[in-house]
Design a binder for this molecule. Structure first.
Ligand code: SF4
Length: 276
C-alpha cells in the first residue's frame, strides 16, 4: 500500500452530530457509488486525479507522530474523536488500514479520548479488549439496505451486510456501545427490494441510530415522492427507536422540520464503563 505524509490530522468536524475527526487514509477501496462525498471532494481538489486512484488507499504514515503532537494541543477541547468521515477506518480486507486504525484508537484512548467509529467493513473482535481500547468508545456500521443486488451495484467492495451486523453484535454482546448509520438511505427507485422495518429489526440491539436521506444522486432526486417518502421513513425510525429505547438522530434535511435536540447524542458518555 502506498504511503503519504500529512501536516495535520485532528480537525473539528462540520458534521452535525460529530466533534473532532481524523482521516488517516486517502482513498477507499469500497468505492461506493451513491456517490461518495469524500471521493467527489478528493477529485475536485485534485488529491486524486482519476477514479481508479481513489480505490487504491494510501496510508498516512506519520499519523501516530501527528497524534503525539496534536493530542496535547487539542485535548482540552475534544469531547470525542470520530473515525472517519472521509475514508473507512476498517476498510474490508485492507489489513494495513485496519492495523493502523487499531493503533490510532489505542493511542487516543491512552489519553482518555474516546472514539466513535463508523465502517462499512468488519469491526475487529480485538476491540473487545478494554485494557487497550476504551469501553467508552462507540462502534458503528453503515447499513442502508439488506438487498445484495443493491450492495453489488452501489457498494460492491464493502463487507457483506451480514458480516457487518455479526461483528457489531459481537461487540454489543460484551457490553460495548454500538450504533448504526442508516445513511444515505436510498429511494425505492434505487433499491427496489427495500424493507426499512426488516433493516431496523436486524440492528435492534444497538444503542443509537442515525437516519439520513440520499443527496446528490440523480436517480434518487427523480423519485417524485421523495419528500413524503423520507418523511414517512423518518417517522418509522423514530417510532421504532422510541419503542426499543434506542437514541436516534434524523439528519438535517431528511424531514421538513428537524429536531436539534438529538444532535448531541454522541456527546453523552455511555455508562457505566464495563469490564470484559
Ligand atoms: S465507505 Fe465511505 S469513504 Fe469509502 S467509498 Fe464508501 S462512502 Fe466513500
Amino acid at each position: 500500500m502506498k504511503k503519504i505524509q500529512r501536516k495535520s490530522l485532528l480537525y473539528k468536524s462540520g458534521v452535525e452530530y460529530a466533534d473532532f475527526c481524523l482521516n488517516h487514509v486517502e482513498g477507499c477501496s469500497h468505492g461506493c457509488m451513491f456517490p461518495c462525498y469524500a471521493w467527489q471532494m478528493a477529485k475536485r481538489f485534485g488529491r486524486v486525479k482519476k477514479d481508479s486512484d481513489w480505490l487504491k488507499p494510501k496510508l498516512v504514515e506519520n499519523a501516530l507522530d501527528l497524534l503525539d503532537k496534536e493530542i496535547p494541543k487539542y485535548k482540552d477541547q475534544i469531547n470525542f474523536v470520530h473515525l472517519c468521515f472521509m475514508t473507512d477506518p476498517f476498510m474490508y480486507g485492507q489489513k494495513e488500514v485496519i492495523d493502523l486504525t487499531l493503533q490510532i484508537i489505542a493511542r487516543l484512548n491512552k489519553d482518555n479520548i474516546r472514539c466513535t467509529v463508523l465502517t462499512k467493513g468488519v469491526l475487529p473482535s480485538k476491540l473487545r479488549n478494554v485494557k487497550i481500547y476504551s469501553s467508552k468508545n462507540e462502534y458503528g456500521i453503515t447499513l442502508v439496505s439488506l438487498n445484495h443486488l443493491f450492495k453489488n451495484r452501489y457498494e460492491k467492495n464493502s463487507a457483506p451486510y451480514a458480516s457487518r451486523i455479526t461483528a457489531l453484535k459481537r461487540l454489543h454482546d460484551v457490553g460495548l456501545k454500538t450504533w448504526v448509520s442508516i445513511e444515505p438511505y436510498p429511494t425505492p427507485n434505487l433499491d427496489t427490494n427495500q424493507n426499512l422495518g426488516k433493516l431496523l429489526n436486524s440492528v435492534a440491539f444497538v444503542d443509537r441510530i442515525i437516519f439520513g436521506k440520499l443527496n446528490y444522486n440523480v436517480v434518487s432526486s427523480q423519485f417524485k415522492e421523495n419528500i413524503p417518502f423520507y418523511e414517512d421513513c423518518a417517522k418509522q425510525v423514530i417510532e421504532f427507536c422510541k419503542r426499543k429505547g434506542i437514541d436516534y438522530h434524523i439528519k438535517f434535511g431528511t424531514q421538513e422540520t428537524f429536531n436539534k435536540n438529538t444532535v448531541g447524542l454522541f456527546g453523552r458518555v455511555c455508562n457505566p464503563p464495563i469490564s470484559v
